[in-house]
Write a protein that binds this ligand. Structure first.
Ligand code: HEC
Ligand code: HEC
Length: 209
């Protein structure tokens, strides 16, 4: 058990034992649904692809609200580089972002699952400490809250890991963790493992609940 917590200690991730929960009012899901109307064009279309490079637009329905808020603010400030998503996020206020995140997540965030997933490859041995062995997260209230990986598009996960690995996408935790994947083959194995796990993550189609 101890070895799984080591990456946390090494990287100095703050464990805020529930203190941040309820620190600010949750977003309004109904308003969030309305504010998401410009987003359905890409995120509401099953298997919609980003062009050059080609990879699937990430699934957002049931993703953790806290993670979605971080992601949208990073695009808005361009600290997470992506021209299209910057343009999409640029005009959103903090309140818009919180409403959209609340709508996408739904009433409750995905529950971590205690049961052990089908044989995890050695490449992902360290990932479970934060993402859960089943890619659904862990009980400990981590801050920042890691995203749900289970069921996410494989090509998107591969793209994200490559961007952390080469430093294009900056995150102090994930830049370090991605170095554990020493080859492109390791990246592919990790992406395939999480993408194929059972998950409530889906495309945010207009009728998704
Ligand atoms: C033209 C297509 C397009 C539109 C419209 C669009 N997105 Fe995106 N979105 C993308 C792509 C492509 C990515 C992946 C970018 C990357 O690799 O960082 C993305 C990523 C995201 C992410 C990050 C998900 C993750 O797992 O990290 C969030 C959150 C998001 N979009 C929310 C929105 C919201 C909210 C809107 C509407 C205001 C929106 N998007 C509109 C294409 C689009
Ligand atoms: C110490 C905690 C921790 C560990 C261990 C960890 N991660 Fe993460 N992971 C995070 C956090 C926090 C984020 C969100 C970072 C951000 O905002 O860019 C994240 C983001 C990601 C993303 C981006 C998902 C998206 O929707 O864009 C992928 C992919 C990922 N991690 C894969 C992995 C893999 C594979 C491993 C093991 C090699 C791993 N992580 C280990 C905390 C962790």
């Amino acid at each position: 058990m101890l070895f799984r917590l080591n990456p946390l200690a090494c990287l100095g991730v703050a464990l805020t034992l529930g203190l941040s929960m309820g620190a600010h009012a949750a977003g309004d899901r109904e308003l969030g649904e309305k504010k998401f109307y410009t987003c359905y064009g890409c995120h509401g279309v099953v298997d919609y692809k980003n062009a050059y490079p080609d990879y699937s637009v990430p699934k957002l329905r049931h993703q953790n609200a806290a993670y979605l808020i971080t992601a949208l603010k990073e695009y808005r400030e361009s600290s997470r580089p992506h021209a299209t998503m910057h343009a999409q996020a640029a005009s959103l206020s903090d309140e818009d972002i919180e409403d959209i995140a609340a709508y996408l997540q739904g009433a409750d965030s995905v529950k971590p699952s205690a049961s052990t997933a089908a044989k995890a490859p050695k490449q992902v041995a360290a990932c479970g400490a934060c993402h859960g062995e089943n890619g659904l997260g862990v009980e400990a209230p981590l801050n920042p809250k890691p995203p749900v990986l289970a069921g996410q598009h494989e090509d998107y996960l591969e793209q994200a890991l490559t961007a952390y690995r080469n430093g294009r996408r900056k995150n102090v935790v994930m830049n370090g963790m991605a170095q554990l994947l020493t080859t492109e083959e390791d990246v592919k194995i990790a992406a395939a493992y999480f993408a194929n796990l059972p998950s409530p993550l889906t495309t945010a189609t207009t009728d998704s609940k």
